[in-house]
Design a binder for this molecule. Structure first.
Ligand code: PNW
Length: 440
């Protein structure tokens, strides 16, 4: 890498991130069925209909995985808790095996000096709740509050930090409007409702954790820099709308108690009645704000239904996801977030990384492309820090190659290669480079 730990403030935290359904192996430990299992079983939704049944078998191999994290010199680990593992039916009595698992996981992190940074929901909704309307049903907020109380009642005393929901945009928009993720809907009314209820659930969860006496609570928002595809006024308007429903809706809801006007123009008729009354809960104060950043999008106007625009291919080099590599976007979002939304509140980059078509050759993976990507983005983070942005940490997505949702196991995001037949872990060149950079 072209940086070392000593280039950053002493208390700056470096971590790696994963999520439960993407790595654990959901068939183990009495977990309930999730809407991702249902989604993957429906032909056409997921590449090769792959699911998270086995994934990286982290359920049984977490000691080995945490040894790798600790040996690389990471300070913290961002993981998530599976709702359906803890409450197989999404409500009522918890599954003791599930609670025991997260208890063991927490202690195994602490035993290695890793700070546990939990996300309560990273997308595997219990099927029982999905069948009752999932995020379209307002009741989800109370169900999520109950889940929060159960899981944090067990491990909350040992968490370094907690965020209720990973990437509300993906939960709301991508899953209900684009249909790319479970439940795979393409319905504007469902979208507006999910985009509101996900924030209500966030707020209720924060309220519950405050009542438990917990601190260092935050939110994790994904951001894509939206660029007009040309210099027409129409393209500028299209990009601003994309920016509105992708980047601004959720963070504005949480930090300002409002929704962007250009998005409301399209979505307000579909919001649940009395939506404004929920901002008291939605804006419950936070202790930090996390940004997940990967890429930018070029947006052009297009005929057809709302939002009347489309993405067009850009000229920059791309990752295995076909996402343009645009490190400046991270710099701009760090500034914009502090300036417009969060002020002095601590910021974290809670995800950043790239998919790469990595192959294992003679026991090695030479992922120079990932090293370059991380160098460029961590450099931009460093630059924002120099400008005075209160950035406190950076997490790589991801520790392991894992289940990349609708794209199955083919897209490799890991610092550590996983052979999905033998489940053998092999640290890549990027892992070794980070290990050198992070040495104390
Ligand atoms: C994030 N998009 O998701 C998630 O937090 C991870 O679970 C995921 O593995 C990672 O990024 C890499 O994809 C996103 O299409 C998935 O805009 C897709 C999009 C954005 C974020």
């Amino acid at each position: 890498m072209n940086f070392t730990r000593s280039d950053f403030p002493k208390d700056f935290l470096f971590g790696a991130a994963t999520s439960s359904y993407q790595i654990e192996g959901h068939k183990f430990g009495g977990a309930g069925r999730t809407h991702w299992d249902d989604f993957a079983d429906t032909p056409g939704n997921v590449v090769r209909a792959e699911n998270g049944n086995l994934a990286c078998d982290h359920y049984h191999r977490y000691e080995e995985d945490f040894d790798l994290l600790a040996a690389a010199g990471f300070d913290c680990y961002r993981f998530s808790t599976s709702w359906a593992r803890v409450q197989p039916d999404g409500k009522g009595a918890p599954n003791p095996e599930g609670l025991d698992f997260y208890d063991r996981l927490t202690d195994a992190m602490l035993a290695r000096g890793l700070k546990p940074c939990a996300t309560l929901y990273h997308w595997e909704l219990p099927s029982a709740l999905a069948d009752q309307g999932g995020w379209r049903n307002r009741d989800i907020a109370e169900r999520f509050a109950e889940f929060t109380e159960i899981i944090m009642g067990r491990i909350g005393d040992r968490m370094h930090s907690v965020a209720p929901i990973n990437e509300p945009w993906c939960v709301g928009f991508m899953s209900h409007f684009l249909g790319h993720h479970a439940p795979g809907l393409r319905d504007v009314r469902a979208t507006a409702r999910a985009m509101h209820h996900v924030l209500l659930a966030h707020g209720r969860s924060i309220e519950v954790m405050r009542a438990l006496g917990m601190t260092n609570l935050g939110g994790v928002f994904n951001m894509e820099w939206a660029e007009p595809a040309d210099d027409t006024e129409e393209a500028a308007r299209a990009a601003a709308l994309y920016d509105g429903y992708y980047n601004r809706w959720f963070i504005e809801g949480v930090f300002k108690g409002s929704y962007p006007a250009n998005v409301l123009e399209g979505l307000e008729p579909h919001l649940p009645r009395g939506w404004q009354d929920d901002f008291g809960t939605i804006t419950t104060p936070l202790d930090w704000c996390g940004l997940n950043y990967y890429t930018r999008k070029l947006i052009a106007p297009a005929p057809g239904p709302w939002p009347h625009h489309q993405e067009v291919a850009g000229p920059l080099p791309k990752t295995q996801m076909d996402w343009e590599i645009y490190p400046d976007g991270l710099y701009k979002f760090l500034h914009r977030t502090a300036q417009e939304y969060t002020g002095d509140l601590p910021l974290y980059v809670t995800e950043n990384g790239m998919a790469n078509p990595d192959v294992l050759v003679d026991g090695r993976v030479d992922d120079q492309g990932r090293i370059d990507y991380l160098n460029a983005h961590i450099g931009k983070a460093r630059q924002a820090l120099d400008d005075g942005v209160p950035l406190k940490g950076y997490f790589v997505w991801s520790l392991l190659d894992n289940y990349e949702w609708a794209l199955g196991y083919e897209k490799r995001f890991g610092l550590v290669h996983v052979d999905f037949e033998s489940l053998k872990r092999t640290p890549k060149a990027s892992y070794e480079a980070l290990k050198t950079a992070l040495a104390r």
